[in-house]
Ligand binder design. Structure first.
Ligand code: ATP
Ligand code: MG
Length: 251
């Protein structure tokens, strides 16, 4: 049965998608079958893995809103054993449309669980909000990873995020665990980053990944080439960090 991991933080631009794409790439490289599910209307994970999102006919929107079979929308990627359920801008409407569904928090989980025996890992890339799509993402998983950018405002909103996770654990998904907070875009030269590190401990005692993701230009360039960092520049510091992180996730 797959480990289902959601990458969550309602703060934008903290490295959720970069982490989702590259954790997936390295887990498949390490021999596991991986499915990445893009539930962000921005569809950055889909384009970052080389898909032309204007040409995608069906994606997670059709699965969630129109009850389309999830197996039918799975796409291959450039990686062996690494598949994608793509997103599309249409998905932006889903936050509103979902309100009318009686099981609105559970739909994604129901769909994704149908694939549990086909994969070792299912990774869900959530949008930067705490709307119904993200709630679906947190309900659908067993574990969450919270990427936190190593910057001054990083901790803003973390209280609200932790409250949401606690509420979902209490009411909708009792098996939910926080796998860890992941420090992204880390630059050890700056004291500020070290302060963020210490502050973060208050929210995630003993739950911060030992691996931190450095600020690395190659990581920022790779999506514009439609490639994971493993395919774009596997010698870069960013690549080594995601490789190490993936091994840490396997521990
Ligand atoms: P959103 O909330 O909009 O979905 P996100 O949390 O998914 O954003 P990303 O898209 O992964 O964040 O990253 C935001 C920007 O920062 C992107 O341009 C990405 O390429 C860049 N970036 C992410 N991680 C790093 C890194 N370690 N070093 C340098 N640039 C990075
Ligand atoms: Mg993103």
């Amino acid at each position: 049965m797959a480990r289902i991991i959601s990458i969550v933080n309602q703060k934008g631009g903290v490295g959720k998608t970069t982490s989702a794409i590259n954790i997936g790439a390295y887990l498949s490289y390490l021999g596991y079958k991986v499915l990445l599910v893009d539930i962000d209307p921005q569809a950055n994970a889909s384009s970052g893995l080389g898909k032309n999102i204007r040409k995608i006919k069906r994606g997670i929107y059709d699965v969630i809103i129109d009850d389309h079979p999830i197996e039918d929308v799975i796409l291959k990627t450039k990686h062996r054993d690494y598949c994608l359920v793509p997103s599309h801008v249409d998905l932006a409407g889903a936050n509103v449309e979902l309100v009318n569904f009686s099981d609105r928090e559970y739909i994604l989980g129901r769909k994704v669980s149908q694939l549990e025996s086909n994969y070792d890992f299912i990774i869900i890339d959530c949008p930067p909000s705490l709307g119904l799509l993200t709630i679906n993402g947190i309900v659908a998983c067993q574990e969450v990873i919270v990427p936190v950018q190593a910057e001054y405002y990083a901790l803003e909103g973390l209280g609200q995020l932790m409250e949401t996770i606690d509420l979902i654990k209490e009411n909708l998904n009792p098996d939910l665990e926080i796998l860890g907070a992941l420090i992204t875009m880390f630059d050890s030269k700056y004291k500020l980053s070290r302060d963020v590190f210490h502050e973060l401990y208050k929210y995630f005692p003993n739950k911060i990944f030992r691996t931190t993701i450095p600020r690395c230009i190659k990581l920022a360039e790779s999506p514009s080439h439609g490639k994971s960092i493993l395919k774009y520049d596997k010698k870069s510091r960013g690549a080594k960090a995601y490789h190490k992180l993936s091994r840490e996730i396997l521990e």
